[in-house]
Design a protein around this ligand. Sequence first.
Ligand code: AMP
Length: 304
Amino acid sequence: MGVLVVGSVAFDSVKTPFGEARDILGGAATYFSLAASFFTEVSLVGVVGSDFTDEHVQVLSGKGIDLRGLERVPGKTFRWAGEYSYDLNNRTTLDTQLNVFATFKPRVIPEYQALEYVFLGNIDPALQRDVLRQIKRPKLVGLDTMNYWIEGHLPSLHETLKRVDLLIINDSETRQLTQEHNLLKAARRVQQLGPKTLVIKRGEYGVLLYHAGHWFSAPAFPLEEVFDPTGAGDTFAGGLMGYLAAADSQTPADLKKAIVFGSVLASFTVEEFGVQRLARLTYPEITERYRQFKALTHFEDIPT
Ligand code: AMP
């Protein structure tokens, strides 16, 4: 099973306490696609401007990502700039230039309409619904959103959430969306809004999964070198959805594996600026870190 992703393809300028990079390839759909491509075929719906070069295309198409749904229009590609504080958990957005993204109307080309695994990246909830209307029979719809849409477009977001199976958001967004501080209670409220499965991203503290009345918790993989957290969330979502699409399964066991694959992929992304580490990652490196992750979180039962 392949996966369809809609979201931003961008040029990012990033400053962390350890360095700086300007106008590097980024965007939610970029990170998602690169991560998911380790598991399944990926079809990308997005838009770029005339400044998007063949070299940028090659980073994605070289991994077999289907770019027939990536429109190239006159103008400049979406640009985002951000800065991280010393603990890397706090990010300030310095600049957002929508450019060609401002008039983006996602078009799902006929070749993509039968895809069953769909990830709606962080865009206007009305556009997310437009995408869903163009998909014939989705089996699993995942969604990301952000405080901007929760604050300013809540009724529209609620409408979209009715059609979503898997919500992947961070802890502060979960609290904001549900008006509930306690994440355990917030998860039940999310289910009332539509998604039966909730994945709460907690940055360097890991991830919580709520599904079928049960919780699962995974830490972030401990790393000595963290350079740039940009894209960690989208990489995580790509690994998670990519694995589920490949397994064509949503059992609790596969959801847990998907969470760990997502966490493993994200741990590579943050090791270097932008997509550099992800772009040269190999599958054996992923499986090796998956096993290290298992050892990290394993503990024995107590004697009866
Ligand atoms: P993450 O660190 O996982 O939250 O993802 C960061 C990526 O999201 C960057 O590569 C940005 O280009 C992209 N991004 C930032 N702001 C927006 C926005 N308002 N809409 C869409 N994508 C964005």
